[in-house]
Ligand binder design. Structure first.
Ligand code: NAG
Ligand code: NAG
Length: 489
């Protein structure tokens, strides 16, 4: 339940520092107590909270690959430098990545077999008896060195396998510290980075456009009809229809890949344009084509009509820069006017029987509307006094989602906080077009609210619409310190 975990899970801190704003204002007015300190302007501020986590040293270099052939892993590490009172650094001390060496020569002994064989002929199990050992894969933890005594019906676990041992033959995962980890597309073991639809590792599907259309020409005669050009670079291509007609595919050289020259090809896998095209036919009647791409040349999708065309659904993802030329070409060939336009999000499964109505093209997202004016002293006061946190932050990252924007920020200087802030926080804005927008790698003064999730397990820093977010400057810093003295009691 709740929201995705921020860099620091802001949990269980609901009791902490529940000093209301007004109390800080009181303290600030008189500088009573040990906490508040005087700044250069002579006004008082709450004490800075705990100094947060320590700092990592830079990563060391990657170690040599753990194996000399086939797959292995290499590792690098870093250290946490902590000053007194600082917490441990966040993150891992070690990072593991997959390394791919040339294939092992035929007959080479696999890594796990080698580790079992080390015990061959040695007395084990507290007796003088010796055994020959081979890997045993039926035991619960595949990252334990479970070895079967050849000719006997028992196995023994000799502790963990060495790091870099495949979890099981043919599996993708490798054992690291007794756990089976698989690599993300960034090559890091245990990483959850995946390739997006555009083929970018960890991308957000934003460097390509999704083309999804239905070809509805009825066909005035039996024979081959052009359905669509599938430009070079297309990915995740799918085409399907339910009729006794046949899809045909032509390569860039004008030669048919399948169903050409009035001859029906068998269902199966075909190589074309640098990718594998999977062609299936079912007695629905129904036909599908699929290819992962990216294609290395243009393909022409056609249909061989034998009966009226009930509609051919097709879709693919196209690099942004290829969309314009594709669209222009489709128009020249007269293919587009009656066809729905591309959508960028939420592709429907091809099985969906719905007809997609024609739309106007949306090649890029709607530009954001202008933001309301949020300048002025009253606005600053309102937000300083009303908010739960005021701090200076560097914007490190931004993720736009359908209904909200998430900024990752590094907290630089805290002016006001009603519970502890960590060095890294997420700040959420309630729109994909937040106002005011924050630029990457810039320093801002932010006033944020704390918003607790409905199940009470997590809280968020919320930058409200038209809230207080101004580029940090010494002048703005002074103004905000002055504002602190004017909060109503
Ligand atoms: C990219 O698009 C696919 C298919 O629509 C979707 O499943 C996936 O979650 C999207 N990825 C991101 C990062 O939005
Ligand atoms: C189909 O498209 C190809 C390539 O653009 C073109 O050469 C051909 O004439 C078209 N065929 C028909 C029937 O429109």
């Amino acid at each position: 339940m709740g929201w995705p975990a921020p860099p620091s899970a802001r949990t269980s801190r609901l009791q902490a520092s529940n000093v209301p704003c007004v109390l800080w204002a009181l303290l600030a007015a008189g500088c009573h107590g040990p906490g508040p300190r005087k700044d250069s302007l002579g006004s008082c501020f709450p004490p800075l909270p705990h100094p947060g986590p320590g700092e990592w040293t830079p990563w060391g270099s990657w170690s040599r690959c753990s194996s000399s052939c086939g797959r292995g892993l290499s590792v690098r590490s870093r250290r946490c430098i902590q000053f007194p009172r600082e917490e441990l650094c966040w993150g891992d001390t070690h990072e593991y990545r997959l390394c791919q060496q040339p294939d092992c020569p035929p007959g080479a002994m696999p890594f796990r077999d080698l580790q079992c064989a080390l015990y061959n002929g040695h007395p084990v199990l507290g007796t003088q008896k010796t055994y020959q050992w081979v890997p045993f894969y039926g035991a619960p933890n595949q990252c334990d060195l479970n070895c079967l005594a050849v000719g006997h019906d028992f196995y023994h676990s000799f502790g963990r396998v060495l790091d870099g041992t495949p979890c099981s033959p043919g599996a993708q995962g490798l054992c690291v510290a007794g756990r089976c980890l698989s690599a993300g597309c960034d090559g890091l073991l245990g990483s959850d980075a995946r390739e997006d639809r555009c083929g970018r590792c960890g991308g957000a599907n934003d460097s390509c456009l999704f083309v999804q259309r239905v070809f509805r020409d009825a066909g005035a005669f039996a024979g081959y009809w052009n359905v669509t050009l599938i430009p070079e670079g297309a990915r995740h291509i799918r085409a399907a229809h339910r009729s006794r007609n046949h899809l045909a595919l032509m390569g860039g050289d004008g030669r048919y890949v399948l169903n050409g020259n009035w001859a029906v090809s068998p269902a199966g896998t075909y190589e074309a344009a640098g990718t594998r095209v999977i062609y299936t036919r079912a007695t629905g009647p129904e036909e599908t084509l699929r290819a992962a791409g990216p294609t290395s040349e243009d393909l022409l999708l056609q249909v061989l009509l034998q009966e009226p065309n009930p509609g051919i659904e097709f879709e693919f993802w196209l690099p942004r820069e290829r969309y314009g030329p594709f669209q222009a070409q489709a128009q020249v060939l007269g293919w587009s006017p009656r066809q729905p336009q591309p959508r960028e999000v939420d592709p429907q499964p091809l099985e969906s029987p719905t007809v997609i109505p024609p739309r106007t093209p949306i090649p890029t997202p709607e530009p954001c509307p202008p933001c309301p004016d949020t300048r002025g002293r009253a606005h600053r006061l309102l937000h300083y006094c009303g908010s739960d946190f005021v701090f200076q932050a560097r914007v490190l990252g931004r993720v736009r989602q359908a209904q909200e924007t998430r900024y990752e920020v590094r907290v630089q200087l805290i002016y006001k906080n009603r519970s502890p802030l960590r060095a890294l926080e997420y700040v959420w804005a309630p729109s994909r077009c937040p106002c005011p927008p924050l630029g990457l790698h810039r320093d801002y003064l932010l006033a944020t609210w704390r918003l607790i999730s409905p199940d009470g397990t997590q809280d968020r820093l919320l930058l409200p619409h038209a809230g207080y977010a101004r580029l940090w400057s010494p002048a703005e810093d002074s103004r905000v310190r002055l504002a602190a003295r004017h909060c109503p009691l």
